[in-house]
Design a protein around this ligand. Structure first.
Ligand SMILES: *Cc1c(COP(=O)(O)O)cnc(C)c1O
Length: 376
């Protein structure tokens, strides 16, 4: 199906192509100087000492859990309304994800009060997800984690550039922050991810586990700094390659402007849709100002209204999507009974995410909002 207005769109410029071409012509493709430059630029952009590039956001989350030493018997509190990788990373380590509810259907981020209710002697960490790029309540979650001796991991896969705690950017506010460069995300390279941290020990551990816990890399040996290596832990190949690093570095220069464009489009949506009967806007202007706008979703009155709207928009060539709660997925059903996480379930059931990208136009907004108003 080719959509007249797709859900999202990747903008590739001449500068991106030149960076990719220079990388290919250099003859060095695996993790090397471009990956290092991308990491330094991202560390500076986020105001953290350590940024470690990896092969995906999922790999970033897995390494964050491994660096904390999570294992069998440990519990990690995760919102029920998120992409499944937020819980999968816990299971990769043999630990157990404990699903928690969100604040409300129109504030669908982790509810600190529900997190507190789910803390047990086995709880080791909390994974805060900034859903659709809107900041989770980091000050409350951090206070809770400090009071109970838990690690706070930020799943900032949807939230690069969001302000989550005063000036702190998403991914730079917890013990470890995880970013994704998947093709639908704000800074996309196809597949890729990054771990951010202020902690030297955690950074060393993530860096080591990313490449089989070998004590030297291929680039070190190529440049003559190391002759051989030892292996000091049970690690992975989660390396980023140079082409993606070059592409990411080229795109980083435009990220602030692109997020600003997304924010303006979200404000355009909110103006057009506020007061439309049967449509509820999520979050508020303060969250719009702080967020980085991975996706724009609205709530319909019920599931039937949402399905009608989806079909009407599809009929006009407008692509939409919906995020399920984890325990509605077959593989995650054992982790919570349906009906026990009502705010997350209602959010998932009633929402539809509308097209949003760094090139969403006024005409797109008019067309999408006309279709939504007619359907609601
Ligand atoms: C995209 C995403 C991930 C996983 O990132 P990948 O790069 O696709 O592995 C994790 N968590 C959330 C909330 C996401 O949206």
């Amino acid at each position: 199906m080719s959509w007249s207005i797709p859900l999202t769109d990747v903008v590739v410029t001449e500068e991106d192509l030149a960076a990719a071409r220079a990388c290919l012509e250099s003859g060095w493709l695996t993790m090397g100087p471009r990956t290092g430059a991308f990491e330094r630029a991202m560390a500076e952009w986020h105001g953290v000492p350590h940024a470690i590039a990896v092969s995906s956001g999922t790999a970033a989350l897995h390494l964050a859990c491994r660096a904390l030493g999570l294992g069998p018997g440990d519990e990690v509190i995760v919102p029920a309304f998120t992409f499944l990788a937020s819980a999968g990373c816990v299971r990769y380590c043999g630990a157990t994800p404990v699903l928690a509810d969100v604040v409300s259907p129109d504030r669908p981020n982790l509810d600190p009060a529900d997190v507190e209710r789910r803390i047990t002697p086995r709880t080791r960490a909390v994974i805060a997800v900034h859903m659709w790029g809107y900041p989770a309540d980091i000050p409350a979650l951090r206070a809770l984690c400090e009071a109970h001796g838990l690690a706070l991991i930020e799943d900032a896969a949807q939230a690069i550039g969001a302000h989550v705690d005063g000036d702190a950017l998403a991914g730079a506010a917890g013990a470890l922050g995880c970013l994704s460069f998947f093709s639908k995300k704000q800074l996309s390279v196809g597949e890729g991810g990054m771990v951010l941290t202020h902690d030297d020990g955690l950074a060393a551990s993530v860096r080591s586990l990313r490449s089989h816990a070998m004590t030297s890399g291929t680039w070190d040996r190529h440049t003559g700094r190391q002759e051989s290596y030892d292996v000091v832990d049970f690690g992975f190949n989660y390396r980023m390659d140079e082409l993606r690093a070059a592409f990411g570095l080229a795109r980083l220069g435009r990220l602030r402007d692109e997020i600003e464009h997304r924010r303006a489009a979200v404000r355009g949506y909110r103006e057009r849709l506020s007061g439309v009967p049967g449509v509820t806007l999520v979050w508020d202007e303060a969250a719009v100002a702080a967020g980085s706008h991975f996706a724009f979703a609205v709530l319909f009155a019920d599931r039937d209204a949402r399905v009608r709207a989806r079909d009407r928009l599809a009929g006009r060539g407008i692509q939409t999507t919906r995020y399920p709660v984890l325990h509605a997925l077959s593989e995650y059903a054992p982790f919570a009974a349906y009906g026990t996480l009502p705010a997350a379930e209602t959010a998932a059931d009633h929402h539809l995410a509308l097209p949003l990208s760094a090139r969403t136009s006024e005409a797109d907004l008019d067309a999408v909002c006309a279709a939504v108003s007619a359907a609601a």
